[in-house]
Unconditional design. Structure first.
Length: 440
């Protein structure tokens, strides 16, 4: 069970420098603008959970509120910042880069910002990737395009080498934009910096298109991703409706968590079946997927299946190989479904026309939509506030409409996934009218 100690953010020392933001807001050093050091956000969200702990108020598990402080740790005139983007692409990466640069330059007066290229590889001298100098002018319009102007890569690098490079480059603030694997790397980097006593603040902006990092609310880019996926589902339905025995299959991202599949299906109410990694299903048998699909097509003339890439792996042949991030290479559940559905209908002597959509790279490479763009900007601003005040080994997130600072170790100790007994999955079942369980 989580405790208050689990949620304590590490600081490099006592902030003593008056914040430049006082001048920016007209000298109003008021509690309305600054976040107090005793401002905490409750971990539990119901009275019953709070009561069940039986703890005094000041011992309840709480998150540190994110935001600007009236005192900062780093002197802007002598501070250099570094930014890196790691892992797969996600809508909003450029928005975060842009917002960090503008917040540092325009509001804190930090005018020395480096962008390390191609993920953590950009901090390994042998790779020969010179960092980019980032200025408000150079990043002014990058949010209008997808991807990341810094480039990215998967896989870890030697922590000692990375920290050596940060020291050699004179970096004081290091912003890591990446998923759970990247955050584990950031944690190791922060711990090594603390061990060396070199005063480098390491702050993460967690990025995962699958929305599978816990305790941060919703990850940036997720809304854009499921919105685009919903468009593919609509197209699949149009195709299926126009064909004799039409079946549309849409495979979306989600190695271990089915959030994109769930949200995109609910968004348009066009899916008949949603398959996610968290809910096992059988293909054969009276209560398996194929039998239910056959009945649905017989009733309506068509059907649409939305499947997360990590669903149904027990039915796929896998090589046992891993990718550079250490993730198991998945079997292609989308192709398997297409072939099994064709064979099943053919074996029944019934017509079927399967339309297969795999929009994964189209989804993750697009620019962020306006709502995600706002979220990216605010996360970036909160990250800069945290770093300038001397916070380290932490990520920024949002809990119940409040931005919070969370220790990296706490967001990487377990994955975030769809609960088969939760209200989101119930909403999917209500939207699709699919059976609660498809097991033979």
């Amino acid at each position: 069970m989580v405790t208050l100690a689990d949620l304590q953010v590490t600081t490099l020392g006592q902030p003593t420098i008056p914040s430049p933001l006082a001048e920016y807001v007209g000298g109003r050093a008021t509690n309305e603008y600054y976040v107090g050091e005793d401002d905490r956000v409750l971990f539990d969200d119901t009275i019953s959970l709070v009561k069940a702990r039986g703890l005094p108020l000041d011992e309840l598990p709480t998150f540190e509120a994110g935001g600007a402080r009236d005192r900062i740790y780093f002197d802007p005139a002598t501070t250099r910042a570094g930014i890196v983007t790691c892992g797969g692409l996600c809508p909003g990466l450029n928005d975060v880069i842009r917002a960090i640069v503008f917040e540092l330059y325009e509001h804190y007066g930090v005018t020395d910002v480096l962008g390390f290229r191609n993920g953590y590889a950009g901090l390994v001298p042998e790779c020969g990737l010179e960092p980019m100098v980032l200025t408000p002018e150079s990043v002014a319009n990058i949010h209008e395009r997808g991807g990341t102007v810094l480039g990215s890569s998967r896989g870890a690098q030697e922590v000692d080498v990375v920290v050596d490079e940060l020291e050699a480059r004179g970096v004081n603030l290091f912003f890591v934009i990446g998923g759970d694997g990247s955050m584990r790397g950031a944690h190791k980097i922060a711990q090594e910096c603390l061990r060396r006593g070199n005063d480098i603040a390491v702050v993460g902006v967690p990025k995962t298109i699958d929305n599978d990092i816990p305790h941060i609310g919703q990850s940036f880019g997720f809304q854009t991703a499921f919105s685009r996926a919903a468009e593919s589902i609509k197209a699949a339905k149009v195709e299926a409706e126009a064909a004799l025995g039409g079946v549309g299959i849409v495979k979306v991202m989600g190695r271990h968590a089915g959030f994109i599949a769930c949200y995109s299906a609910i968004a348009g109410h066009d899916a008949d079946f949603v398959l996610i990694p968290e809910v096992p299903f059988d293909l054969d048998g009276e209560h398996g997927l194929l039998a239910h699909l056959h009945r649905r097509v017989a009733e309506r003339g068509h059907a649409v299946i939305v499947v997360a890439e990590g669903a149904g792996q027990q039915h796929c042949e896998t090589s046992g190989a891993t990718d550079p991030s250490g993730n198991a290479v998945l079997g292609d559940i989308g192709i398997l479904l297409r072939e099994r559905i064709r064979a099943d209908f053919s074996g029944r002597g019934e017509p079927v026309n399967v339309r297969y959509f795999d929009p994964g790279y189209l989804i993750r490479s697009v620019p962020a939509d306006p709502v995600d763009s706002v979220y990216c900007a605010r996360l970036a601003q909160i990250a800069v506030h945290a770093a300038m005040s001397g916070r380290t080994d932490m990520v920024v997130g949002r809990r119940r409409h409040r931005f919070v600072n969370v220790p990296i170790a706490y967001v990487t100790h377990r994955p975030h996934s769809v609960s088969p007994d939760g209200d989101l999955w119930l909403s999917v079942l209500e939207s699709t009218s699919q059976p609660h369980a498809m097991r033979a």
